[in-house]
Structures are given as C-alpha cells and as structure tokens.
Unconditional design. Structure first.
Length: 178
C-alpha cells in the first residue's frame, strides 16, 4: 500500500522543499468529501501506479485508507518530470465518470501493405461503478487493413458500463504510410 503524508503548508516554499526531497505533490478529493493535500515518495508512487492490477489502488494518508483513481497528471514542460497528480476517491457502488486507458493487441494486416497503426485516443471517458470497470480497454487490431479504423461505437464494455465519448470518434486505425 502506498503511504503518504498530509501537507501542513501549501505555500510555494514548502512545496519546493518537498519536491527537492523527492516527493510528489498530490491532491485527493471526492464529491462530498474534504480535499486532502498530500505528498508521496516519487519512486514508490510510480512503482505503485505501474504495477496496479485494477483501475483504482489503495493509499494511506494521515492514518486513513482511501481507494483512489488517478484523475490527472501534470508534467514539467522542460524536464518532463512528474510534478503533480490529482487523485479522486473511488467510492464503490457510486456511478461516476472515469478515464480508462486503451491498449491494442495483435498485428494489423495493413502493416504488411505499407500501413501504419495510429492511436487516436489513449484514454476513453467511461461512466460506471468502479466495481464494473476494466483495468484497460483492449482492442484487437489484427483484422485492420489500410484505411480501416475502430470507432467508439464498435466497442462493447457490457451493460453496466457506458462510453461517454462521441460514437464517431476513431480510437485507433491503420493509415497509408508515405
């Protein structure tokens, strides 16, 4: 379980000191709950997020445990280092919108015909309970030829989960290479 500290001061100087010490600044929030200003060890946070087996993961801040989902990352524009993260508390049984990552499996037929696989969306906005959401949305692209794509309306995640993006948006496709 990822453990963090509650930030006593949210001033610029205190934030810089925490970052210098190798901490990641985070805000934890939920509807109807008080915001928590926290800090996590950068290395532990990255390891936890990379090796999680579900969309949500547990954190312990200030003696309390929360199941959270990463809502947004902020990166430094020059060094590309992770600077800040927003975490949203995932209450079980509550229907809400989440961003679920998209992964592709297989090798498209169009790659042999001088095509290039492109990903239009890295994450899809999905509405449902955290209990019903998949860790990732896997799309099999092995049947795609040049100038073919997978649209949002072609995906089916089940009854309890609804994709909130526009149905005509291309998630991934194979285009003709130059």
């Amino acid at each position: 379980m990822l453990e963090g500290i509650v930030r006593e001061s949210t001033s610029k100087a205190a934030t810089k000191k925490l970052r210098r010490d190798g901490n990641l600044i985070a805000n934890i929030y939920a509807k109807g709950a008080e915001n928590i200003n926290a800090a996590f060890n950068m290395g532990e946070f990255i390891r936890t997020v990379k090796h999680k087996d579900k969309l949500d993961f547990p954190v312990k801040v200030g003696g309390k445990e929360y199941n959270v989902v990463v809502q947004e990352y902020q990166f430094d524009p020059v060094t590309d280092m992770l600077r800040h993260v927003d975490l949203r508390i995932a209450n079980p049984g509550v229907v809400s919108d989440y961003l679920v990552p998209v992964t592709t499996t297989g090798t498209p037929v169009g790659l042999k015909n001088k095509g290039v696989l492109i990903s239009g969306k890295k994450r899809l906005r999905v509405r449902g309970s955290i209990d019903n959401l998949p860790k990732t949305i896997e799309i099999d692209v092995s049947g795609l030829d040049v100038n073919q794509s997978v649209l949002v309306r072609d995906l089916d995640l089940g009854e309890n989960v609804k994709i909130m993006d526009k149905p005509a948006v291309a998630v991934c496709g194979v285009i003709k290479g130059k």
